[in-house]
Design a protein around this ligand. Structure first.
Ligand code: FES
Length: 669
């Protein structure tokens, strides 16, 4: 009997006894240790690199030394002469064979399922588990004496060399097969999806596959190109959603479809062309070909999701807001107008409800409230706010029609967040004089040099985060009452308050252009924030709690607003401010997670299936919550956490009615 030797793998701790001459890679395979390989042990991909740990390992009862592996061989020599030296103590796991007991360390870059570092400490790491993997094979050449097709011999090679059972061939992949085999001199790399679908075949050895994650927003579309083998983002690109020409907001786009027969086809073509253009941009930036992209994931709100798939979104325009499809969906990239590897798929994350889309599913996947004990509120603020509340026990979701005010639209001095827009505001409680900051400058408007800097962009208007701070500061300074009425009596104290008809206006910038906060602006923001808060309250009611432990603001708007001011305004409920944060583009991150980790797709599909959907339009209590939430921060709810860090003014009620008084429901859009 041949000698048996013990091998212990770290960090997994897996161990076993193997016959002399077993390669480290074979032992790893037998024990289920995560060691990568694209070339199948031929010593050409370098993916299987391992380190020998030397010393006395009493814990494992073995003495491990480098010479307990066979000597450095000619294959390793060839590899290093072509590709450069391996690190100290490193060997190719497929070449180094056991001749004694060893402890073998598998470095992260040799693990298939390594973790991808995420910037925020509190977010969970992404484990690499790409849905498409590469397999290098040597295919038998055709033989006149035993005729068989090139495809049959390719499938045989996959079976014998990798134990892969390939499924039915894809015609688009087959078309290039013969040329590729001959170009590669019968050595090819096969990209296989889910262990059976061949999505691409490349001549020779290809070591890395790429994927693109896309977030199709109603305003912008963003794409991120990732290396599926190390999780790195190699290129990103974004552009305005070309559907804007059919309507600024989602509902006007649905109206366009209703009014113009075939309008959905135009919009589908526009969004698909934009995605394909973005793919062109990211491959150019990364210096790779379109064919190297083997997988794509897409998130988007329900209307974008449907339009991208070529599904008519008309039903999403009115109650009961029925989706055509709510499950996660695989579709061939070429069927949706995206030109990448010939057999590649696009995976769309599931939609949650008629107004809560695959983008929110992406946010849930990224922020993982379903894995937490804390009752977490996740809000993505846009023209519709998508709201998710819950923890590992239950998750609930709804959307609430906040209107366009938070994006700076329909305000007297509103504008989108762009250079020159006021984004920060402070008001002196004594003098009622404001100071502000604009996007593009770090200086406050009362600091030296501000106006010289501002001359480059101009001071153009006020964006969503600016208006939230402005109104919250106006409230803290006593310029507006709890009911949101601009107090005209203060005209005696400051020229900043001017009368306009029956109401008053606060002048934020008395220059060119004059930037004001009118009573109607305050009302627009009150309506928006009340709609959002009422949605949150409905979810709290349904969950049966009266407070949240944690709040995450997702989306571009959420990452720019100061959470303290959002709370002063009563946009979000009271919470320990240290537990309130922003998640940036969490929907896009969710798409990236689904791109890099196949299990995450099953996870989000299962979580979405269990989310309880609340339709705000059908809830009788919505109106009562909405009316209470019109007050700043709220008529009935107490903000005790907030009161510890901010001095909230005593209630001051102004008798004078203001324009747009009262709580009215808004249409969605
Ligand atoms: S498995 Fe490819 S070099 Fe070892």
């Amino acid at each position: 009997m041949t000698d048996q030797h013990r091998i212990v793998f770290t960090p997994s701790g897996k161990r076993g006894d193997f016959a002399e001459g077993t390669s480290v890679l074979e032992a790893a395979r037998a024990l289920g240790v995560d060691v990568d390989s694209v070339c199948g042990g031929r010593g050409i991909c370098g993916r299987c690199q391992v380190l020998v740990a030397e010393g006395d390992f009493a814990k494992h009862g073995i003495q491990s030394t480098a010479d307990h592996l066979t000597e450095w061989n000619s294959v390793e020599e060839r590899y290093t002469s072509k590709r450069g030296a391996l690190g100290e103590h490193r060997r190719l796991g497929c070449q180094a064979k056991l001749c004694g007991d060893v402890v073998i360390d598998v470095p992260p870059e040799s693990q298939v399922h390594r973790q991808v570092v995420r910037k925020k400490a509190e977010t969970r790491a992404i484990t690499l588990e790409p849905v498409v993997r590469l397999y290098f094979v040597e295919v038998a050449e055709p033989d006149i004496d035993s005729p068989s097709s090139d495809y049959t011999r390719l499938v045989e090679a996959l079976k014998t060399q990798w134990n892969i059972d390939a499924s039915m061939p894809d015609l688009a992949v087959l078309r290039g097969l013969q040329k590729t085999l001959r170009k590669g001199e019968w050595k090819v790399t096969v990209a296989v999806r889910k262990g059976h679908d061949i999505v691409a075949i490349y001549p020779g050895l290809i070591e890395t596959a790429y994927g693109v994650a896309v977030d199709v927003g109603s305003t912008t579309i963003a794409a991120h190109l990732s290396d599926l083998y190390n999780g790195e983002t190699l290129a990103s690109a974004g552009l305005m959603n070309p559907q804007i020409r059919f309507g600024e907001d989602l509902m006007s786009r649905v109206s366009y479809v209703m009014m113009n027969p075939g309008g959905e086809v135009e919009m589908t073509d526009a969004v698909r062309a934009a995605l394909d253009d973005l793919v062109g941009e990211v491959v150019k930036e990364a210096g790779i070909t379109r064919e190297a992209i083997v997988e794509m994931t897409v998130v988007g709100n329900p209307i974008m999701h449907h339009l991208f798939l070529g599904l008519d979104p008309t039903e999403l325009g009115g109650a009961p807001f029925a989706l055509t499809l709510d499950k996660g969906q695989d579709v061939k990239a070429r069927e949706v107008g995206v030109s990448i590897a010939p057999g590649a798929f696009v995976y769309l994350l599931p939609c949650i409800a008629g107004h809560v889309g695959a983008d929110t599913a992406g946010v849930v996947l990224s922020e993982a409230p379903h894995l937490n004990d804390d009752v977490t509120l996740v809000v993505d603020v846009g023209t519709n706010a998508e709201i998710v509340l819950g923890n590992k026990k239950r998750l609930l979701a709804c959307s609430s029609p906040t209107g366009p005010a938070f994006e700076g639209a329909q305000l007297s001095s509103g504008q989108r967040a762009a250079p020159g827009a006021i984004e920060r505001v402070r008001i002196d409680h004594e003098t009622l004089e404001p100071k502000f900051k604009i996007i593009g400058s770090d200086l406050w408007s009362n600091e030296e040099g501000f106006w010289e800097e501002a001359a480059k962009t101009g001071v153009n208007g006020i964006c969503g985060s600016g208006i939230i701070e402005a109104i919250a500061e106006m409230y803290l300074a006593g310029v507006i009452t709890q009911d949101g009425v601009i107090d005209g009596d203060l005209q005696a104290r400051t020229p900043r308050i001017v009368g306009e008809g029956r109401t008053f206006t606060y002048v934020l910038n008395d220059g060119e252009p004059r930037i004001t906060i009118t009573q109607a602006d305050v009302r627009a923001i009150q309506l928006g924030k009340a709609a959002l808060y009422a949605g949150v309250k409905l979810l709290l009611d349904h969950y049966g709690v009266d407070h949240v432990d944690r709040i995450t603001l997702a989306g571009a708007f959420g990452s720019h607003i100061d959470v303290k001011y959002a709370m002063v305004l009563g946009l979000i409920p009271d919470c320990d401010l240290t537990k309130v944060g922003s998640a940036g583009n969490a929907a896009g991150t969710g798409a990236r997670i689904a791109l890099l980790n196949e299990t995450a797709r099953g996870e989000i599909e299962s979580v979405v299936g269990k989310i309880e959907k609340i339709e705000t339009a059908m809830e009788p209590k919505f109106q009562a919550h909405f009316v209470s939430a019109m007050a700043i921060p709220n008529k009935v709810d107490v903000f005790s956490n907030l009161a510890q860090v901010v001095t909230l003014p005593p209630p001051k009620v102004h008798a004078e009615p203001a324009e747009g008084e009262g709580g009215r429901r808004r249409r969605r859009g």
